[in-house]
Structure formats: structure tokens, C-alpha cells
Design a protein around this ligand. Structure first.
Ligand code: G6P
Length: 360
């Protein structure tokens, strides 16, 4: 088994380290097809993104990408909700984008079947070749991440983000909703993201293990973000719950004041996702607000300003905000992994959870 894990103690760590390579595969593997797919879906204005778990968080990132680049406003629904609440609203003018690593998640498949029955166009973003989702969908984009054994999704998430980014860029091009030069620049930067992720993993794994050591007895974590950083906060919290069994909440930083702040007391870890961009200054205020209540703030971003206002600063490469979800989730994966191991859990096989949920 050690051989299968390529010398890593767990599949999850191996899969985290595989991200630079599979991101390259996802980008190269979709370079041609993305154009045709973008053209086929460009005219839909009623767009639903359906998924569960980590794939749902990818869907949330997809929403921000489509809004920012293609000026489309999709609904993102957890597939188990979509099935019942959108039954009468999905029709032949709708585009349903289903995101599923396994292509076998019961609720996601049911949502796709419903969409097909109502005459909607269905695009699937899938990792497992030939899975059920690919057979239901009209169009499929593959994430090319290779088999993922760890129950908690890592490399399949970042490759989903790469595919969604490419799709949003191409849609923006087809629709003329963004400047071509800007889009070209984004594409170039996206191609550099795998190298950036590589550097981050190598530089951050050990410091994050040390950080995990100091936080391993904490029972509540908060993850805050804004805009396109928000899904990263949600995904960071999910990773922690799944494998470390630590209670974690991901929320919009603006919501902090509306309740959760009452839970912040001395030493409570608050992880702040703070890429440079529209809401950076607002994030700094939220960090200060949490710190004033005694929070232990771990900030993730590229501005040195964060070093001054945080207890721990995790430095990220400076990328366009729309590309930040890919590199920014990596330290959160590593933090959850190290916390799980330090707490004596098997991160590959968390209690009560399954890799794919094929029953409802
Ligand atoms: C399960 C897995 C998660 C995954 C979710 C959706 O809950 O434990 O890691 O994100 O299913 O799976 P899918 O294969 O549809 O992406």
C-alpha cells in the first residue's frame, strides 16, 4: 500500500501534492474542447449549477467566475434541494451545469435527470471517465485529475476550478463581455498557477504542520471570506470537519457581526481568506474586528499588510483575484490534513463518510 501512496503516509497527502501535475493536465486536456462547449452554451441566460459537497463549493466559485467574466448570474443549488425546489422552474431554456467528481452522486444524478426530462441542456463537469453523469449529460468536460482515493476531495476540487475558470474565460470571449487582452492575460496566468501551487505546497507543508500542532486542541474554527474568496472559506471549513472532526464554520466576513462574533473569544482560530481585490480592505477590518475579541487570526493572502494584523500570515503568490480560489485552498487542505493526523484520525477514511454517496 505504501507503494500505491507513492511514499506518502496517506493518499490525501499524495493527492494534495499531485495538484500541480493534474492541474496542468486539466488545463491542457480542455484547451480545445472548451471553445466548442462555450459556444454551445453561450446563449443560455437561465443557468443552474448543481452539485454536492466539495463540488458544490466549486459551483459557488463557478458562479462568481461567470458573474465577473461572462456577466451571467447562475443559481447555484445543492442538488438535493434543486430536485424539489426547482422542479417547476427548469425548462428548455435552461442550462444545468452539474459538477461531480465521481459522476455517481445520487442527488446530482437525480437533478440531472430532472433537467433532461424538462428539456434543459445539461453540461457535466466530471472526473471519472464513463461515469453515469457523463451518460446523462449532453456535454461533458473532464477534470483529468486521475483517481482520487482520499474521501475528502482535494485534487478533484482544484481541477474543477481550473475547468470552470477556462469555461468562464471562453464564455466571456464568445459573448464579448470582457476585454480580450485581459482574458489572454488571465489564460496565461492560469497556465502558471500549477507552478505557483507547486511552490506553495513545498514551502507551506511544514509550517502548516507546526501551526496545526499549536491548534490541535481547539474545538471551533471560523473561516471567513468575501466574494470569490467566500467559497474557499466554506471549503476550508468543510475539509476541517470531514477529517479532523473539529467543528468549523465558513461564512461571509460581512456576516460575522450578525451573530458569529458572539462566539469569538480568546484564542478561537479565525482563518481569513484575503486575496488582493475589491474587498481586501473590508477583510482587513473584519480581521481587526475578530482580533479585538481575542481571535487567533490566520490570514491567507499576498499583501504584506496582513502580516501586521494577523497572528499567522500565510503568504500566497499574487494572482488575479479570479484565479485565487485554486492556490488559496491548498494551505487549507494541508492544515486540515495535519490537524487530522495530529488528532490521530485517518484522513483517508473519515468516520461516517463515503467517497461517493450513491444512496439518498
Ligand atoms: C461525498 C464526498 C465528498 C464529495 C461529495 C460529492 O460527500 O465525501 O468529498 O465532495 O460526495 O461528490 P461528487 O463525486 O459528486 O463530486
Amino acid at each position: 500500500e505504501m507503494a500505491e501512496k507513492g511514499g506518502f503516509p496517506h493518499f490525501m497527502l499524495k493527492e494534495i501534492f499531485e495538484q500541480p501535475r493534474v492541474l496542468r493536465d486539466a488545463i491542457h486536456g480542455n484547451a480545445e474542447i472548451i471553445r466548442d462547449v462555450a459556444r454551445e452554451i453561450a446563449n443560455y441566460d437561465k443557468i443552474f449549477i448543481v452539485a454536492m459537497g466539495t463540488s458544490y463549493h466549486a459551483g459557488l466559485v463557478g458562479k462568481y467566475l461567470l458573474q465577473r467574466l461572462a456577466k451571467k448570474v447562475p443559481f447555484v443549488e445543492d442538488a438535493s434541494e434543486f430536485r424539489y425546489e426547482f422542479e417547476d422552474l427548469v425548462d428548455e431554456d435552461s442550462l444545468v451545469i452539474a459538477i461531480t467528481q465521481s459522476g455517481e452522486t445520487a442527488d446530482t444524478l437525480a437533478a440531472m435527470k430532472l433537467a433532461k426530462k424538462k428539456g434543459a441542456k445539461v453540461l457535466a463537469i466530471v472526473n471519472v471517465v464513463g461515469s453515469m453523469a457523463t451518460r446523462i449529460a449532453d456535454l461533458t468536460l473532464y477534470t483529468h485529475a486521475g483517481p482520487e482515493i482520499g474521501v475528502a476531495a482535494t485534487k478533484t476540487y482544484t481541477t474543477q476550478l481550473a475547468v470552470l475558470t477556462m469555461l468562464a474565460i471562453e464564455l466571456a470571449r464568445v459573448l464579448g463581455t470582457a476585454d480580450e487582452e485581459y482574458l489572454k492575460g488571465l489564460e496565461e496566468s492560469l497556465r502558471e498557477v500549477p507552478d505557483l501551487v507547486e511552490g506553495s505546497i513545498l514551502n507551506l507543508s511544514e509550517p502548516l504542520r507546526e501551526l496545526a500542532e499549536s491548534l490541535k486542541d481547539r474545538e471551533d474554527f471560523f473561516y471567513i471570506g468575501r466574494g470569490i474568496g467566500l467559497p474557499t472559506a466554506l471549503e476550508g471549513a468543510l475539509k476541517l470537519k470531514e477529517i479532523s472532526y473539529i467543528h468549523a464554520e465558513g461564512l461571509s466576513a460581512g456576516e460575522l457581526k450578525h451573530g458569529p462574533l458572539a462566539l469569538i473569544e480568546d484564542g478561537v482560530p479565525v482563518v481569513a481568506i484575503a486575496p488582493n481585490g475589491k474587498t481586501f480592505d473590508k477583510m482587513v477590518s473584519n480581521i481587526e474586528e475578530a482580533k479585538a475579541r481575542g481571535a487567533y487570526v490566520i490570514s491567507i493572502g499576498s499583501s504584506e499588510k496582513l502580516r501586521e494584523v494577523s497572528d499567522t500570515f500565510i503568504k500566497m503568490p499574487n494572482v488575479d483575484e479570479v484565479l485565487s480560489p485554486i492556490p488559496y485552498v491548498v494551505p487549507l487542505q494541508l492544515l486540515a490534513y495535519h490537524l487530522a493526523v495530529l488528532r490521530g484520525n485517518d484522513p483517508d477514511k473519515p468516520r461516517n463518510l463515503a467517497k461517493s454517496v450513491t444512496v439518498e
